[in-house]
Design a binder for this molecule. Structure first.
Ligand SMILES: [Zn+2]
Ligand SMILES: [Zn+2]
Length: 318
């Protein structure tokens, strides 16, 4: 595999972005009351929208965000000046037909809309008696939402903590999928079945894998009693991070460079995982991967499943 140079291309740009983010944090502390007023206004407005109250809202939001966020890799592909950031020269955006996109959307939505129809959604800040009343009906139409908006601090904490916890959950799931040949073939192989990594591989998931991914994210959000507004913000942020992993470009302004101490995994590491297998199992961060690599280098019991991965990949392509 011929990849482009694995170096931080523009450290001064990274420092400018870090400074900008620091200023943003300071400003958000200084103008906290103004931001909170904005959060309250947004929440009160969302409560008036019929589709926000629908039980299907989060499924529709996920579908809508995925379709819209595809404009990001498409735009990147159109800008030839960004070609220098390609991890491998062969990286190319694969244009998808409208029918293909609709098929993908239906394949995603059907199982989740089925669950939405019959499950009572429980959000923090809603009285248990309201859930009991909802349970009296088999089919659910609306979700019971809390009257009050979250505080801005709650929203930020729930968002970041949920991303961190999801990442831990999925690290163990992903590692298990690679360690077990049966699970790999049955559940995960489809995600690795491609010639060149590009953004549509993000959604190239078996049904079991997709449901596991969504349930992991959902459990992480639930652990922190995430407000429905946090969950609404979580969806595009989460998807953008996953698309970024599969885009095939290593931008100097990406979080893997901006966040210090090599905490984030990023596109280059996920690219290596897709092409070589055997490491970089964390979808967002990298500290557990570093820890695993240390164990693997000192303990033969945890030897890398690299060879197994190649054998399975070969079997698939033949
Ligand atoms: Zn994998
Ligand atoms: Zn992937």
């Amino acid at each position: 595999m011929q990849t482009t140079q694995n170096t931080l291309r523009n450290p001064s740009l990274v420092n400018v972005i870090r400074l900008f983010l620091l200023v943003l944090v300071v400003l958000s502390v200084y103008y906290y009351d103004v931001i909170q007023l904005g959060v309250n206004c947004v929440w009160n407005y969302l409560l008036t929208l019929w589709f926000f109250n629908s039980v299907y809202f989060e499924t529709w939001l996920t579908m809508g965000c995925y379709l819209l966020l595809n404009l990001y890799p498409y735009s990147v592909d159109c800008l030839r000046t960004l070609d220098k950031y390609k991890i491998e020269k062969s990286v190319q955006y694969r244009t998808q037909t409208v029918i293909g996109m609709i098929q993908e959307a239906i394949a995603y939505a059907v199982p989740f809309m089925f669950l939405d129809t019959f499950m009572v959604k429980k959000y923090c800040g809603v009285e248990a008696s309201i859930w009991d009343r909802k349970r009296e009906s088999t089919i659910q139409y609306t979700r019971a939402l809390p009257v009050d908006a979250p505080t801005f601090a709650q929203l930020m904490f729930q968002l970041m903590a949920s991303l961190i916890l999801y990442d831990v959950f999925f690290f163990f799931i992903h590692y298990t999928l690679h360690r077990s040949p049966w699970l790999y073939k049955t559940v995960h192989k489809w995600h690795h079945s491609h010639d060149v990594l590009e953004c549509h591989v993000t959604n190239q998931l078996s049904h079991v894998e997709r449901i596991t991914l969504v349930l992991s994210a959902n459990t992480a959000l639930k652990v922190f009693n995430s407000h429905p507004l946090t969950r609404t913000v979580f969806v595009p942020v989460f998807q953008l991070l996953l698309i970024e992993n599969h885009i095939g470009y290593d931008f100097p302004w990406s979080l893997s460079h901006v966040v210090p101490f090599r905490l984030m995994g990023g596109a280059r590491k996920h690219y290596a995982h897709h092409m070589q297998g055997g490491k970089h199992y964390q979808p967002l961060f990298s500290y557990l991967d570093h820890f695993l690599e240390r164990i693997q280098s000192t303990n033969v019991k945890f030897s890398s499943p690299n060879r197994k991965f190649h054998r399975l990949s070969k079997a698939h392509s033949s």
